[in-house]
Design a protein around this ligand. Structure first.
Ligand code: MN
Length: 416
């Protein structure tokens, strides 16, 4: 594993090493969208590769590589999608490689446009970081009992809005809505003044379960194709007024942003770690043994207009209290059916120290502690024309598996 190397030149710092090989959807110029695999600074054009009949031994309809989302490819199932990835990995390492025989197989990423990689039918957002749930509970309900009684017994979640999930690079307009001013008894209508990011990761469902048939925890990871970075944009002032009793609604549904490359679970396998001890013990359907968490370094930067990138937080996906297998087992325990391309987000990923907090709400402690940027300007929430970028990278000696970035600029409200 450690000695793997590709004949494609790439920097040691690349997120897209030979160990990674994430899948995405790209286009060049006015050509149609198609499936690609990232390697270094380049993309392997899978539509061209399949046209060379290199997969003729497998039951793959070549059309899946020419579609404008990955859903049909993912639906082939892990035995086939893993074999495709391993074949490409071998071809990228062999001296006598069939990929060297055709000049249009490799595309510079700088010449390509990346698109939404999947059609997302349904999107669920969990709330699985103990530190984040504790911080928000302290601010919204008070410091005595920040966690609600259910929190350590089940992975709390809600059904989010799939239609407004966009890829990195698409700007977002500040939402407008109902806000209850301090000390007031009735709401006002204006642009949100507490626009926030949430640093999250999300997993893509790769195998459906039938309605009425729960997925066991032991089988859960067989239903996960891969992961992306996820920014769950949140308007805290709108959220605070609307969220009782049914949870988040318009304070969240205006937009979420994802990274364009889907990193497979197989690429992430070397980064498995044990999660936090769960006490009290969970019910049997949520019990597990072994390493179900993943060591993935995460950070967020804020770039003001004309300014520099300011790193606001650094944390790690390994801190999550509830793991993805538990989230999936819980999601389906009532018989709910998940479909290929559904997206399950982790909830804000915070950590034990203040620098690990994964939202402005926590970093500025509800707007009471301004964050000082390198140019001396202050922020408590995200301002117009600020750019927020999420980064994710799993690394150990000899292996780097990265997610690239999710970069989003905030524009003024379009309302009125
Ligand atoms: Mn969230």
């Amino acid at each position: 594993m450690l000695n793997k190397n590709s004949w494609i030149p790439h920097s040691e710092d690349t997120h897209f090493s030979i160990h990674n090989l994430p899948f995405g959807i790209f286009s060049v110029g006015s050509n149609q969208k198609r499936v690609g695999i990232a390697i270094g600074e380049q993309i392997v054009d899978m539509a061209v590769v399949s046209a060379l009949e290199l997969f003729k031994d497998q039951p793959i309809d070549q059309q899946v590589f020419k579609e404008d989302t990955l859903n049909s490819f993912i639906a082939l199932g892990k035995p086939i999608t893993n074999e495709v990835r391993i074949k490409v990995q071998n071809w990228l390492m062999e001296d006598q490689s069939p990929l060297k025989e055709h000049e249009h197989i490799l595309i510079d990423q700088s010449a390509a446009t990346l698109h939404m990689p999947i059609h997302i039918g349904d999107y669920t957002d969990f709330y699985s970081s103990l530190e984040h749930a504790t911080n928000v509970g302290k601010m919204f309900r008070g410091p005595e009992n920040p966690l609600l009684p259910n929190w350590k017994h089940l992975p709390v979640g809600y059904h989010g809005r799939a239609s407004s999930i966009v890829e990195s690079g698409i700007p977002i307009h500040r939402p407008t809505g109902q806000v209850l001013p301090k000390e007031a008894s009735s709401p006002e209508f204006h642009a949100s003044s507490q626009l926030d990011f949430e640093l999250e990761m999300a997993f893509v469902i790769g195998k459906e379960n039938r309605l009425g048939q729960p997925v066991s925890l032991a089988d859960a990871e067989n239903h996960i194709f891969g992961m992306v970075l996820f920014n769950d944009w949140s308007a805290r002032d709108i959220q605070k007024w609307e969220y009782v009793p049914l949870g988040p609604f318009l304070g969240k549904s205006f937009a979420s942003s994802i990274s364009p490359w889907i990193v497979t679970m197989e690429a992430l396998d070397p980064f498995r770690v044990k999660g936090p001890v769960q006490e009290p013990q969970v019910l049997p359907y949520l019990q597990f043994q072994g390493p179900y968490n993943f060591d993935i370094g995460l950070k967020v930067s804020l770039t003001p207009p004309e300014g520099n990138d300011n790193i606001l937080c650094t944390t790690n996906f390994k801190h999550m209290y509830w793991n993805m297998a538990q989230q999936l087992a819980h999601h389906t325990v009532n018989g709910c059916n998940l479909r290929v391309g559904d997206l399950m987000a982790s909830g804000t990923i915070s950590g034990p120290e203040p620098k690990n907090y994964g939202s402005m709400l926590e970093l500025s402690w509800g707007g009471t502690k301004p964050i000082i940027l390198d140019d001396g300007m202050e922020r408590t929430f995200v301002e117009n024309y600020d750019t927020i970028t999420l980064y994710g990278l799993a690394e150990k000696p000899g292996i780097k598996v990265g997610f690239g970035e999710t970069r989003t600029k905030i524009l003024p409200t379009i309302y009125g």
